[in-house]
Design a protein around this ligand. Structure first.
Ligand code: HEM
Ligand code: HEM
Ligand code: HEM
Length: 419
């Protein structure tokens, strides 16, 4: 109990220590207009290896962070984001092993000081770290006048849902901006330890090169390839087969092309999986369902191919045909579900999720209407579905009978009804 009070007193005493601005290095980086600047400031007390630091930046970013060194690899990082209630910040010290999500490290000892929190859309941490000048994978050069540091700013609200979590191990998404700067560690050394009250001017720091804009493009391409192939093109392949031009050839060309696009998307999915802690062990629902869908899609292709081959030889339907027909619908449905899981999992913004839902509803309704309309016309014996010549482009020369007459439940005659 006593030691607890002692610790509390210690923290308050530390918090009230104000460093002289001559013993602080301040990096003050203006961001785009109408936003607060990104600020990082440090002080190291005389004869100590404690690191006092301040970091602040606009809450427009899902997280903000600073790290040691001139690259992500082996960097010791301080990451902050909003707590669940939006009124304070979660401080998460992390270690990075490369160009991927840094991992929370409980061995980094940090006392949070006064002034930490969220106000006026700015998130701030003031803290003292007692083991940040040297750690497992690196160290700070306290004698350097140009010690390299990096910063990263999380995605903004337009592309991602804002991160709000009390957990220090919360998943963070890839940055929208990052950069490298240097700090004069000699200038930052002195006094009895503390932080200044004002950070308006950059002192003892240099931005190494202009801010780099970044995005999680592999995730975007992954999502577009898979949703485009499985949710847009594959259903279109059903229309090519059943409605117009009612061609098996166009169906298989379209489904093969879509499968190739989906495979590219899945390969990117595997690459993406290496980047985030949540995906590195391949145990998530999204990845498992995605891999099952990949296998199902390959089996579906094989069944379609085999069925058609046998049909051409024997002129009679196969069991694979009917399995292929219903399995195809299941694959498309589960792909829609997995796309939704993927979006939530990668914290896509509300507008992206709404856009996805609307697109899925439009495609789904469109398909039902088109197929329904085709059935209606055929049931009512109108031109185009029962009596018009059926497109035989999918067939070799000797398949000179009405293939789709025997292969469609759009048409009155359905051979599979009897299987
Ligand atoms: C989920 C978390 C993160 C992911 C997936 C990630 C991924 C990446 C990737 C793929 C690159 C290479 C970009 C390119 O060459 O175009 C990169 C670069 C960079 N990132 Fe991150 N990053 C993450 C978090 C952070 C954090 C927290 C910081 C800052 C503390 C940071 C700072 C940088 C910097 C300065 C670079 C350029 C230097 C370098 O290539 O190492 N990143 N990051
Ligand atoms: C992964 C790729 C494929 C998918 C997702 C797929 C999907 C589908 C779907 C959903 C149907 C049912 C259409 C309906 O509801 O009316 C269907 C039917 C059919 N597919 Fe595919 N297909 C694929 C590849 C192929 C291939 C490579 C062929 C080979 C030529 C093929 C030949 C057929 C045939 C002949 C039918 C009509 C079956 C029947 O009802 O008698 N498909 N396909
Ligand atoms: C039917 C199959 C799949 C579909 C429709 C699909 C779709 C999506 C979508 C829409 C996203 C969100 C993208 C974004 O917000 O920018 C996503 C994220 C992701 N997917 Fe998939 N995916 C599938 C399969 C897979 C597979 C097989 C893997 C890896 C084994 C995978 C790994 C990932 C990862 C790691 C993310 C998260 C990226 C992040 O947090 O930024 N996906 N997926």
């Amino acid at each position: 109990m006593l030691s607890h009070f002692g610790h509390l007193f210690h923290s308050i005493a530390l918090a009230s220590a104000v460093s002289d601005s001559t013993t602080t290095s301040i990096f003050n980086l203006p961001l785009s207009q109408n936003q607060a600047n990104f600020i990082f400031a440090i002080n190291i007390p005389d004869g100590s290896t404690d690191l006092y630091f301040h970091m602040s930046g606009p809450t427009d970013y899902s997280w903000i962070a600073v790290g040691t060194g001139n690259e992500m690899k082996d960097s010791l990082m301080f990451v902050i984001y909003s707590k669940a209630n939006g009124e304070n910040i979660t401080f998460s010290p992390r270690l990075s092993s490369g160009e991927q999500e840094p991992v929370y490290s409980s061995s980094i000892k940090v006392d949070i000081l006064n002034g930490t929190g969220i106000s006026d859309n700015v998130m701030t941490v003031n803290a003292r770290c007692s083991n940040c000048t040297q750690w497992e994978t690196g160290s700070l050069d306290l004698k350097s006048t140009s010690q390299p540091w990096i910063f990263g700013l999380g995605p903004t609200g337009s592309s991602a849902a804002m991160l709000r979590s009390n957990s220090q191990t919360a998943n963070i998404e890839r940055h929208s901006e990052y950069g490298i700067f240097t700090m004069d560690m000699v200038r930052a050394t002195g006094g009895s330890g503390g932080l200044p009250t004002s950070y308006t001017n950059s002192t003892g720091s240099v931005l190494s090169k202009s801010i780099t804009n970044d995005s999680n493009w592999p995730s975007i391409i992954h999502g577009l390839c898979l949703c485009g192939a499985l949710i847009l093109l594959m259903p279109a392949g059903v229309v090519l087969l059943r409605v117009a031009p009612k061609s098996v050839r166009w169906h298989w060309i379209n489904q093969t092309l879509s499968s190739a696009i989906a495979i590219v998307g899945i390969i990117i999915g595997f690459y993406l999986s290496t980047m985030f802690t949540k995906s590195q062990n391949y145990g998530s629902a999204h990845q498992i369902l995605g891999i099952i869908l990949l296998l199902a899609m390959l089996a579906q292709w094989g069944m379609g191919f085999w069925h058609h081959r046998v049909y051409k030889q024997t002129k009679s339907p196969t069991r694979f045909g009917i399995i292929h027909r219903y399995f195809g619908h299941i694959i498309i449905f589960l792909a829609i579900v997995n796309g939704g899981i993927g979006l939530t999992w990668s914290s896509a913004s509300k507008s992206v999720v709404i856009g996805y839902s609307i697109a899925v509803i439009i495609i789904g309704l469109g398909l039902v209407l088109i197929i329904g309309w085709a059935r209606w016309i055929s049931r009512h014996g109108q031109q185009g579905f029962t009596s018009a010549p059926v497109n035989l482009r999918g067939l070799s020369g000797d398949d000179s009978h009405d293939y789709l007459d025997q292969h469609s439940d759009i048409l009155p005659y359905n051979p599979y009804g009897r299987l």
